[in-house]
Design a protein. Structure first.
Length: 285
């Protein structure tokens, strides 16, 4: 007599294997859909919360310190005195600065793709009307949007350029993140590519290679001391003390030195590395 068995012990295992395969296939399809796996890769940080507190050197002083009140010795080589300003300076006394020997200025125009300096017109046009050569700069937040998007926003909100002999090429301010991770949560290669995107877009829009503002300390930490920009983009370097010090890789000399954050009238003072005719040449391109 044959015996009827109540179960088939091998089939459930095969069924579980089949079910696992189906689930894996479904998961693979979901990961390939827009809004699933891609969402993590493209997630952006929130827009800046206090852009009025972010200016060229605001985070340098916080992370690297400042030699308050220290002025560099008179240079045996030609140089031109300048300043940089942002909304935290308010309405700037340009005639006072002119009378003290200041001949150029950089003015913060934008940050990310959501902020424009409310004092920009008074600062940018006021320095120009006093006789200064002036330019605009953008405070970068590489974790909020692409380099191309931020360069476009900058050009559209004061960062343009014209060959009038009194307008410097735009500058990109790359420094410590005021809102979180020092390097904006990006790898060294990611930051380098972001900057390449920004510079390429700016040049496509204006015809000029932009200036880069950065410190050697931040550059080493966040770009791996990349030498990718030294041959093309003039260097504006902050170091508060009696000498420029070590430069980031790729640059054999600096173009502008932000030497103090506590100078007369506005705080941030700079020296152009050359005579006035060379500053005009930089403006003219």
């Amino acid at each position: 007599m044959s015996v009827l068995r109540s179960g088939f012990p091998h089939r459930p295992a095969r069924s579980l294997t089949t079910l696992a395969g189906v689930l894996l296939a479904v998961l693979s399809l979901l990961l390939g859909l827009p809004g699933t796996a891609g969402a993590t890769a493209t997630r952006r940080a929130p827009e800046p919360r206090h852009p009025g507190q972010d200016w060229a050197g605001s985070q340098i002083a916080r992370h690297e310190g400042t030699a308050a009140g220290t002025a560099p010795p008179a240079s045996p080589l030609a140089s031109v005195e300048g300043v940089d300003v942002s909304s935290h300076n308010g309405s700037v006394a340009w005639s006072t600065l002119w009378n003290s020997g200041v001949r150029f200025a950089y003015v913060k125009a934008t940050e990310s793709t959501s902020y424009t300096n409310p004092s920009f017109a008074q600062q940018y046009n006021g320095s120009y009307n006093t006789g200064m050569i002036r330019g605009a700069y953008h405070f970068a937040t590489p974790d909020t949007s692409s380099g191309a998007a931020q360069a476009t926003y900058f050009v559209n909100h004061g960062g343009g350029w014209s060959r009038d002999g009194k307008t410097l090429p735009g500058a990109l301010d790359m420094e410590y993140n005021p809102y979180g991770a020092t390097c904006y949560g990006l790898s060294a290669a990611g930051l380098v590519n972001w900057m390449k995107d920004w510079f390429a877009t700016y040049k496509a829009r204006t015809g000029r290679d932009a200036v880069i503002y950065t410190s050697t300390g931040w550059w080493k930490q966040c770009t791996g001391n990349s030498a990718a920009f030294g041959a093309v983009n003039p260097l504006w370097i902050p170091r508060y003390g009696s000498s420029v010090g070590e430069l980031p890789a790729g640059w054999g000399f600096h173009t502008i030195w932000q030497y103090t954050s506590s100078g007369a009238t506005v705080g941030d003072h700079n020296r152009f590395n050359g005579a006035l005719d060379r500053l005009k040449a930089l403006a003219n391109g």
